[in-house]
Design a protein around this ligand. Structure first.
Ligand SMILES: NC(=O)c1ccc[n+]([C@@H]2O[C@H](COP(=O)([O-])OP(=O)(O)OC[C@H]3O[C@@H](n4cnc5c(N)ncnc54)[C@H](OP(=O)(O)O)[C@@H]3O)[C@@H](O)[C@H]2O)c1
Length: 337
């Protein structure tokens, strides 16, 4: 009998999340019921939103319940099917358990993927929801125009790196920040950003933004929140747009709160949040554009792939310390042939 390893959420973290919130367990091999499929999962996406889901906060998605098996976006191959629409060998993307094997009830979130088009993990990476987030946020809220200044925080990450490059494609002057010199070098070199800085080593966010965005910021693609967002607000231009994509600096500890928010009024700023899952109708347009940009080399991407289901908790914690470079993915089993 194959072994089945699972990761359970066992404790709501207080403050900075650590591995004690998770337990790695051996579990019996699941048996699919009528209408279900047995999946062997092989890739999992690790994402910042999982930290707010560990609290009881009222949000767009239900909190993780203490004791449940962790879940998130993943890829699995059908081993056995008791569902008319699925056949053994099909590869699906869906909201999957942090488990090597699971019995799943296919729902609206589950999609069968076509083999051979791109490496499987790209469906969680450059063709996945993080890239779609960048595309949608910039298109629907940022509305970039050539010549405008776009600032992207967490710019070397899964969402940020794509937002920054789409900004370049749209003709913006793009400035990014990240937490290591290697990441900053990649942003300026490989991605061709107009400027980039290490937010950990600057004297202040305010001074860094003043230096690198001397004309101010027209569009902020906000991934970090806290002091970063405060500095943006102090340098936003009239009719600026703040694309509220995330606030990762506030997921473990509450942020300091914003000051001088009258600037939103005086500078007629639009600041809007969004959640990518409400915009899956943009998938077709996104895939058409990004496929072309990938073909002609205008979009580049990085992935950090962690091996082994037992390493997923540590990798997720590392996301909040900047240990990933690009999209963070866990490989928990062999890719299907
Ligand atoms: N609205 C939506 O639908 C949606 C969908 C997906 C993601 N998001 C948001 O988009 C943002 C980026 O997500 P992602 O999946 O692309 O992750 P990511 O950027 O690939 O990884 C997270 C990165 O955030 C940076 N970071 C972590 N803690 C930080 C802190 N305290 N201050 C500043 N930077 C910090 C780290 O990079 P450094 O080395 O640069 O510090 C880390 O590598 C997150 O805020 C996430 O919640 C929103």
């Amino acid at each position: 009998m194959p072994q089945n390893t699972i990761v359970r959420f066992v404790k709501r973290p207080q403050g900075f999340v650590d591995e004690n919130s998770f337990a790695i367990e051996s579990a019996p091999m699941p048996q699919p019921a009528d209408g279900q499929i047995l999946l062997r999962n092989f890739y999992h996406s690790l994402d910042p939103y999982m930290r707010p889901r560990m609290t009881e906060m009222d949000s767009y998605i239900a909190p993780f319940e203490v004791g449940q098996v962790m879940e998130g976006g993943g890829l699995g191959v059908v081993v056995e099917s008791r569902h008319p629409d699925y056949t053994p060998g099909d590869v699906v993307r869906g909201m999957l358990q942090w488990a090597e094997y699971q019995a799943a009830t296919p729902g609206a979130m589950m999609r069968t993927l076509e083999p051979g088009r791109v490496p499987w993990r790209h469906y969680l990476g450059v063709l996945g929801s993080a890239s779609l987030t960048a595309y949608v946020g910039l298109k629907l809220i940022g509305e970039p125009k050539a010549g405008e200044t776009l600032y992207v925080s967490a710019a070397s990450g899964a969402v940020g790196s794509i937002a920054a490059q789409i900004g370049k494609i749209r003709g913006c002057r793009v400035v990014g920040s990240a937490g290591t010199d290697d990441k900053v070098a990649w942003l300026k070199g490989e991605l061709g950003l107009d400027a980039a800085f290490n937010y950990r080593t600057v004297t202040s966010m305010d001074a860094a933004i003043a230096q690198h965005c001397p004309e101010g910021i027209d569009i902020d693609f906000e991934n970090v929140g806290g002091e970063t967002l405060q500095a943006v607000l102090d340098h936003i231009r009239p009719h600026g747009r703040i694309v509220m994509c995330g606030a990762i600096s506030e997921y473990n500890e509450p942020g300091p709160g914003l000051e001088r928010i009258f600037r939103i009024v005086s500078h007629k700023v639009r600041m809007q949040g969004f959640i990518v899952s409400e915009h899956f109708d943009q998938m077709h347009a996104f895939v058409a554009e990004i496929a072309e940009w990938l073909r002609d080399g205008r979009i580049k991407y990085r992935e950090t792939v962690v091996e082994g289901i037992e390493n997923m908790p540590r990798a997720l914690v590392g996301l909040f310390r900047g240990e990933n470079f690009g999209k963070l993915i866990a490989k928990v089993g062999d890719e299907p042939n």
